[in-house]
Write a protein that binds this ligand. Structure first.
Ligand SMILES: Cc1cc2nc3c(=O)[nH]c(=O)nc-3n(C[C@H](O)[C@H](O)[C@H](O)COP(=O)(O)OP(=O)(O)OC[C@H]3O[C@@H](n4cnc5c(N)ncnc54)[C@H](O)[C@@H]3O)c2cc1C
Length: 377
């Protein structure tokens, strides 16, 4: 039986730990913080392939969405999974876009051509049938429903995966940080934890999210190249009732339920103005801007109470593909980080566990090799 160390228990590390344990491997998952409490908790966490600009990236995200459906079906209940569908619209009656890229209508037509389920409607019908609370730009604004989208409660998915892995008797969860990875003879041998423990492993998976480049440096190869981070302002509001039923991708703000009596909002326009390293300050002008955009989109939110204002940071390989699989320079070292990590986590978990157990490489991994990020440095 192989022993595998997993660095990080965000959504990706937790899904990997579950899949490894399910395949009979011994797993040591190391996490210094609350599992699922960092990027995974702040995430907008929409299941979607809409933002992918090329067919290859779309196919990966779409597969991730389908994997969530299969994955949820493995359990008696899947309290993390909210297949609400989503509702999206552009700026004007002609279906104008969200910025300088292709128009909203062009994006939707491209998605439909790629096999994404899209249902066209208009503002009046959507208000009548699906979402009474949205203030659309015009009564005739074209609106599209993406029925296969939804959102994930990331921390809930993490806790359920760790519990399911724990129930196999093959998971040890360490509340500590990995401070070093021992490599001898070109092979991973052990993890060194900051509190002093040493864990012998046959393999290690770097699932440290935004900290992945720091963990990668521990195996002493060329530094990661072309990997950036992106930040996003997210506000949770406490609402009277549940004014948002679907995931909303409006021209001014995005919104979704975050559980009963709770709505999460963000805005691409606000994020575009967010300075690098910004902190979440409730009195900030960008916070006010986001709230105003959210109120213009769903007027009932104006009476909601601001609960939490946070800035989330996601790791972003420049070509948009995850870093997924083995690094050829160090036997037993694997990477698993991605910028649409919520959508991809169960797919990453299953395919990586299969790869570690059998050596098989999923065909959709062809552009995901960790080696390419060293070549770029
Ligand atoms: C605002 C925002 C909106 C987003 N919206 C979406 C969306 O709509 N759909 C989507 O699919 N994705 C979205 N994403 C991206 C998605 O949230 C992330 O890709 C995903 O949460 C990453 O999960 P992770 O497990 O890789 O990282 P994390 O959740 O950050 O987990 C990594 C863990 O590694 C741990 N760690 C770090 N260093 C060490 C160490 N040395 N030793 C041990 N542990 C360590 C950390 O403590 C952390 O818990 C969004 C991200 C943000 C910020």
């Amino acid at each position: 039986m192989k022993t595998v160390g997993v660095v990080g228990a965000g959504v990706i590390g937790a899904c990997i730990a579950f899949s490894l344990a399910q395949r009979g491997m011994r797993v040591h998952c190391v996490e210094p913080a609350q599992p699922g409490g960092l990027t995974t908790d702040v995430s907008f966490a929409r299941l979607s392939a809409v933002q992918q600009p090329t067919y290859a990236r779309f196919e990966l995200s779409h597969t991730g969405m389908i994997e969530h459906l299969r994955f949820a079906g493995q359990f008696d209940s899947a309290p993390w999974w909210h297949p609400t569908g989503s509702v999206a619209w552009g700026d004007d009656e002609e279906g104008g876009g969200h910025g300088s890229g292709p128009s909203f209508a062009d994006v939707v037509h491209r998605l439909a051509a790629w096999g994404y389920r899209t249902v066209w409607s208009d503002a009046a019908r959507v208000n009548r049938a699906w979402e009474p609370g949205i203030a659309f730009p015009h009564a005739g604004t074209p609106v599209v429903l993406f029925p296969d989208e939804g959102w994930i409660d990331g921390p809930k998915l993490v806790s359920e995966m760790l519990a399911a892995a724990g129930a196999t008797g093959r998971l040890t969860l360490w509340n500590d940080a990995v401070g070093g990875i021992e490599v001898r003879g070109g092979e991973v041998r052990a993890l060194r934890l900051e509190a002093g423990d040493r864990i012998e492993v046959d393999a290690v998976v770097n699932a440290a999210g935004p900290q992945a480049p720091t963990v990668a440096a521990m195996v002493g190869t060329a530094p990661l190249g072309g990997v950036a981070t992106r930040s996003s302002l997210v506000i949770d509001l406490l609402t009277d009732g549940d004014p948002v039923r679907h995931v909303l991708r409006g021209s001014q703000a995005h919104a979704r339920s975050a559980g009963p009596g709770r709505v999460r909002v963000r805005s691409e326009q606000v994020d575009a103005r967010l300075p690098a390293g910004a902190q979440a300050d409730p009195g900030d002008e960008l916070v006010k801007d986001l709230l105003e955009r959210a109120y213009r989109t769903i007027p009932a939110l104006e009476s909601a109470t601001v609960d939490r204002v946070r800035v989330g940071t996601a790791v972003f390989p420049g070509d948009g593909f995850p870093s997924l699989g083995a690094l050829s320079a160090v036997a037993g070292y694997y990477e698993a980080f991605a910028n649409s990590g919520i959508t991809l986590a169960p797919f990453i978990g299953r395919t990586l566990a299969t790869h570690i157990a059998t050596g098989e490489i999923h065909p959709l991994w062809s552009r995901c090799s960790p080696d390419r990020l060293r070549a770029a440095s």
